[in-house]
Design a protein. Sequence first.
Length: 539
Amino acid sequence: MWGFRGARFIRYRLPLREGQVAAAKWGRGTSGNLGGMTSPVRVRFAPSPTGTLHLGSARSALNNWLFARHHGANGTYVLRIEDTDQERSTPENVEQALRVFRWLGMDWDEGPGVDGPFAPYFQSQRQDTYGAALGKLMDRSAEPVDRYAYPCFCTKEQLAEDRAAADAAKRPFIYTGRCRNLDEEERANRVAAGDAHVIRFRIPDAGTTVVHDLVLGDTSFENALIGDFVIARADGSPLYNFANVVDDAAMEITHVIRGNDHLSNTPKQILLYEALGAAVPAFAHLPMVLGPDGAKLSKRRHHTSTVEQLAESGYSPEAVRNALALIGWSKDDVTNVMSTAELIEHFDITRVKKSAAAIDYDKLSWLNGEHLRAMSVADWAAGYEAWRDEWLPADHELHAAAFALTGVEAALLVQEKCVTWGEVPAYLGFLLEPFAMSDEAWARLQKTGDVGVRVLEHVVPMLETLDDFGMESLEAALRGACDALELKPGKLFGPVRFAVTGQTIAPGLWESMHELGRTRTIERLRAGRDRLAATLASA
RNA sequence: GCCCCGUUCGUCUAGUGGCCUAGGACGCUGGCCUUUCACGCCGGUAGCACGGGUUCGAAUCCCGUACGGGGUACCA
């Protein structure tokens, strides 16, 4: 009689209760509080600082952030840097990664720069924690007896042979367990003698481990198929699955929200949590993010596959958040455009769908346009100026155009026309000197023919004597000219616009003329009239 | 190979056994508006992967097939 939604809800709450038991174990958290709504919720995003943030990763980060913020004061968003790869984890790369996060506007409660009760938040500084956890797992006097860590002296050659044998027999390769049952004395002797060894984690031979997933539901894995896996390298450094669990347990993470590519790691991690005596967090595996062609999103194949590229193109962070949130999740059947506040209010991890989703750049652009148009002039101007200061190089051909106006002035001209801030400078190109009419504009001016000449001849003296060169005055004058010449607005504004802006894409006419000023406007009208008349005469 | 996950218009999605001759959005497209470009408005286009069940009734539940994806490391 349970509806599916009801069943999901039950699953959603169970892990929270487990979390509280564990919190009590650590002497932290809220004991005895069984109200789901007030349980603290702690999530994290743990990127490796490679210098770029992939859209798929950004989506994971966003879902964690929205989940935490949705829980208000009870939600904590932790940023932990997985910088164990010393080569790529340079301070510059870390700083670059943090810059991207700040741009995306996902503030973290604990992590680099702010620290917190579980510092440090860099894996490279947490060796002691991993060492202690390893010691705990290797202590054979501890429970449970079928889950522990042991040194494995198998050489790479031996393992390669095992693997080859498994392949030949068409059997899945599972670690044979050769070093699992060495006697304690031999182990101790070989370790003391300095024999190279990794540390493996012993898992039960039988039984299944089931992952209760907020997105996928229950998924079970046979323990026998997992095999004792390596948790520490020969040099003692921890492997991902181990470091991740140790950190998440230590930081009291209650919900692990991550990409679906981690699903098969999860049973291993659950076993690890149990062996460590730590609370198993709730899991939510997000559907993979695909490129527009349905292939896995990659920098190579897809032009804007990183957050940096979107920032550079002039997208607004809020629109990107909106678009990212909509990958695999929806508020309902009709809502698309949402402010971040709305995202936070409505975000529900249990509504995330299971299947992979291709990112739709067309829709992203549309969303961006919607957000840009909905902004206040002040916000739009600030965003535009931030973009142009950060991303438009001084030697760019449109640099001068972009800086010809303030953000507020530009907003008045083109806010409702642009899909991204990156498009703004091109609209402003008409303001630059020396003036040069584009080929397309000239072609269209030519098409106006004799009418065009008449219009320009009429308009020049009119504007020379116009008292006020303000926008309203200009509009009134130009509309008046339509009556005087008995022309439809379209016929009259066309030649004027092409002559004045020299472009086929430009802001509104009176706005443009006003911004250009009387002298330059009239100069251009005259030049256009002369050129057009000369061309017609010689034809 | 083995394990796991998934499959609704081209794309993102709504859908939890009757409200579905499947709704919305992007895209594409016809038209209107119009001062270029946009915006806006009205309309059109197109989908439940396939095959079996269960049921009075299936996009929805079950089984199988196909296809796609993830994993199978001293990567993360």
